[in-house]
Design a protein around this ligand. Structure first.
Ligand code: DAT
Ligand code: MG
Length: 149
């Protein structure tokens, strides 16, 4: 099963959206195999968003994502990377379709509530930044016999 890294950013935590977001992930059929709430360090944030280091919004992005607790998850399932990107919706919430997390709960690109890895390579890199192997659990969901052909 493919794995991806998902974060409920500090705005999502402060707005009380953690349960709603986890519920959407679970209802889609994806399996949460690791989960933690913490305030990520500046070092971790800069490593996580390293590809954007030269962008003008980088300093405010790092300040925001380290400004309070966030919820980090490893999410597993068929095509988990692509499915989670679709569940989250477009980066700019103005362009995000209704029914997506960003399309239902956000307006500003700098406060877009959630993160998900954009490729399997990025997922492997981001999972390794935020979790040790020993923190990722293995279990079967009882509905997997219905979810998968
Ligand atoms: P995504 O989070 O959909 O993977 P991204 O990797 O392009 O999007 O950008 C990472 C985050 O940086 C994004 O969630 C919000 C912020 N961001 C992106 N483009 C921005 C912009 N033009 N102005 C302000 N913040 C931006
Ligand atoms: Mg990205």
């Amino acid at each position: 099963m493919e794995q991806t890294y998902v974060m409920v950013k500090p705005d999502g935590v402060q707005r009380g959206l953690v349960g709603e977001i986890i519920s959407r992930i679970e209802k889609r059929g994806l399996k949460i195999v690791a989960l933690r709430m913490n305030v990520i360090s500046e070092t971790t944030a800069k490593e996580h968003y390293g590809e954007h280091a030269a962008r003008p919004f980088f300093p405010s992005l790092i300040e925001f994502v380290t400004s309070g607790p966030s919820v980090s998850m490893v999410v597993a399932g068929k095509d988990a990377v692509r499915v989670m990107r679709a569940v989250n919706g477009a980066t700019n919430p103005v362009d995000a379709a209704p029914g997506t997390i960003r399309g239902d709960f956000a307006l500003d690109v700098g406060r877009n509530v959630v993160h998900a890895s954009d490729s399997p390579d990025a997922a492997a890199r981001e999972i390794a930044i935020h979790f040790k192997d020993s923190e990722i659990g293995k279990y079967s969901r009882i509905d997997e016999v219905c979810l998968y052909e």
